[in-house]
Ligand binder design. Structure first.
Ligand code: PLP
Length: 344
């Protein structure tokens, strides 16, 4: 397992098709945005963009796997213009399948290398907008009540005393949960990784649709552990909830949250305007006030004080090209459905 040199260098210091609000087909001043992060940040972005440009935004929040599936279902008659946010893997799959289109923003020159590496991997069809590491959050009171040591490692989540007390999302809908699947396979090797997921299944109470939901459940004590992006657990820790975020001791994966322009976008000029705007430091600074603590991709954007310090974690050399490829993502999801989810 190797850590990428640019990570070490401290760059990280720090289908169901929904019906959308009726947007006139070629209306001037409109943008249909599919948003893959938390609702509050999605709203902050669409409101600020409307205010800055006068362009009316019709925004819908969905999980990353769902947005990918929606673009595929709508490909003959695209309804969305911009896909903003969500893990990079399904953005890469959409790029490979021609569901999104090439664009080179003048702001690219101000972005961190990892954001440009997503753009290169996607053949210019997707760009990195933020980064965050995968881990889990545990409810300190619940763990104390169970009389078990605080979990620090992936292996600790297999403790039989956590039966029916761990939550994670379903990787078919959630980018977070697919990131877990790909992380475990890369960290442990495919056979051992699937053994781990099967053993973990015994402790899973439910596979949620949205990736961040298990963090909220852990903060409320509805589950002892929620497997999430670490920044999603930090949200509740900073507001004083009894949840502790953990970067697993064996090492972990990470996401390059991404943005792509939909192929055949009806409001293409506005999609490009949004794309350029969303990469600016001012737009990226909207994350922290909306309680989102990812590391921003623009080098000049402030890194939120609450952001987990990725440079201090053991990060795997996540192979975004391989695990974001259509063949690999489809294969792993089908295997997970058959060998893990189908278990009693
Ligand atoms: N929420 C936040 C704050 C995220 O950073 C991400 C990942 O990019 C997600 C949600 C992903 O959501 P989901 O796992 O539901 O696709």
């Amino acid at each position: 397992m190797q850590t990428k040199s640019w990570l070490k260098a401290g760059l990280f210091a720090a289908v169901a098709t929904a019906s959308f609000a009726a947007v006139p087909a070629r209306a001037q001043g409109a943008l249909v945005m599919y948003c893959g992060v938390q609702e509050e940040w999605c709203r902050a972005m669409s409101t600020a963009f409307e205010k800055d440009t006068g362009i009316k935004v019709a925004m819908t929040r969905k999980s990353a796997g769902e947005i990918y599936a929606q673009l595929k279902a709508e490909s003959a008659n695209p309804r969305g213009d911009i896909w903003w946010g969500g893990t990079g893997d399904p953005h890469l799959q959409a790029a490979e399948e021609g569901l999104t289109q090439e664009y080179e923003s003048p702001v690219n020159k101000d972005l961190n290398d990892w954001a440009i590496s997503q753009w290169t991997a996607a053949k210019k069809r997707s760009i990195g907008i933020y980064a965050g590491a995968l881990g889990f959050g545990f409810n300190t009171q619940q763990i104390k009540q169970k009389g078990i040591p605080e979990p620090k490692c992936w292996a600790d989540l297999l403790n039989a005393k956590l039966k029916d007390d761990v939550q994670v999302a379903d990787p078919n809908s959630s980018g977070t949960a697919y990131n877990l699947l790909a992380t475990v396979v890369q960290l442990m090797g495919e056979d051992k990784g699937f053994e781990y997921l099967k053993a973990l299944h015994k402790n899973i109470s439910q596979y949620t649709k949205s990736g961040a939901a298990p963090a909220k459940a852990a903060s409320l004590g509805e589950t002892a552990v929620g497997i999430v992006f670490i920044h999603d657990a930090v949200v509740f820790a900073v507001q004083g909830d009894p949840i502790k975020p953990v970067a697993p001791c064996e090492g972990t994966g990470y996401e390059i949250g991404s943005m792509s322009i939909v192929k055949g976008a009806r409001n293409l000029d506005n999609a490009k305007k949004f794309y350029d705007w969303a990469l600016t430091p001012a737009a990226q600074a909207l994350a922290a006030p909306a309680k989102s603590y990812q590391v921003p991709s623009n080098k000049n954007a402030p890194v939120p004080a609450q952001s987990p310090k990725m440079s201090e974690m053991k990060l795997i050399n996540y192979d975004f090209v391989k695990y974001g490829s259509s063949a690999e993502r489809n294969r792993l999801l089908a295997k997970w459905d058959k060998e893990v989810k189908a278990l009693p």
